[in-house]
Design a protein around this ligand. Sequence first.
Ligand code: Q46
Ligand code: ZN
Length: 301
Amino acid sequence: MKCVRCKGKGIIYLKRHNAAFCQDCFLYYYKNQVKKNIKRHKMFDKKDKILVVISGGKDSMALWHILASEGYNVTGMYINLGIGHYSDKSQQVVESFAQKNGLELIVKDIKKEYGLDIYKLSKLLKRSTCSICGSIKRYLFNKVAYDGGFSAVATGHNLDDEAATLLGNVLSWEEGYLARQSPVLESTHPKLVKKVKPLYTLTERENLFYVLINKIEFLHDECPHAIGARSILYKEVLNRLEEESPGTKQRFITSFLEKGRRHFQDVYEKVELKECISCGQVTTTEICSFCRFVQILKQDA
Ligand code: Q46
Ligand code: ZN
């Protein structure tokens, strides 16, 4: 196996590109992909202040590392969601990386700061912990970014995540979600900050390789609530397709972005946005779900 770029010894083979790379050329390829994605979708530039959402897993750690090493103005944001050992361990990993590399980090603790408990809320509202958790995270990403004057919120979503989400949304024709699925979600309200996914063309395996080569510490464990999630089944199905027909995931995403997504555009634009009467953040209801969660738990105490 020879490296396609320098003809040295290849150490990683990327089936969908039918290409092998040595360590240095893999890093070159990886960096190039990220740079291209940022440029192609006009995500941000060096003058912009970027809030990078960090969970402590390989994808977000890779994103934080590459953006910082490429000289972007990045600040990490970690949310402690009160998920026992998983949250404590991931916070440690993230804080130690920030400290060792002299990177800015904002930490939010939903229990300590807002009295929120995703388990209590899930019981009281009869909703899954993931749906409660997702609402809280989305709210805080945007609020912290807006209050701090950031130009964009960057997340570590990879090609496997994006293809699995797309498959799930297509299977049930979730028009609203299909309209929102994009590597760049432009702001549609002055208080909504743009969302970007610079790693959307890179796979989980490539991100893992990147963190291993760069000796970046990361949390190997997944959130315990991710186990058994439907998205894992979709990933397995897509992996099977990818095995048989390399490039399936990338084609699925790129053709959707080029040809499919525009058909759902009006669904996205038609959503009526308001400002929460309690906190002023953007919502589709009178009071946003975050403020409702805080109220519900106060009443229950
Ligand atoms: S939503 Fe669900 Fe994640 Fe929250 S509870 Fe864990 S798995 S962290 S991406
Ligand atoms: Zn609110």
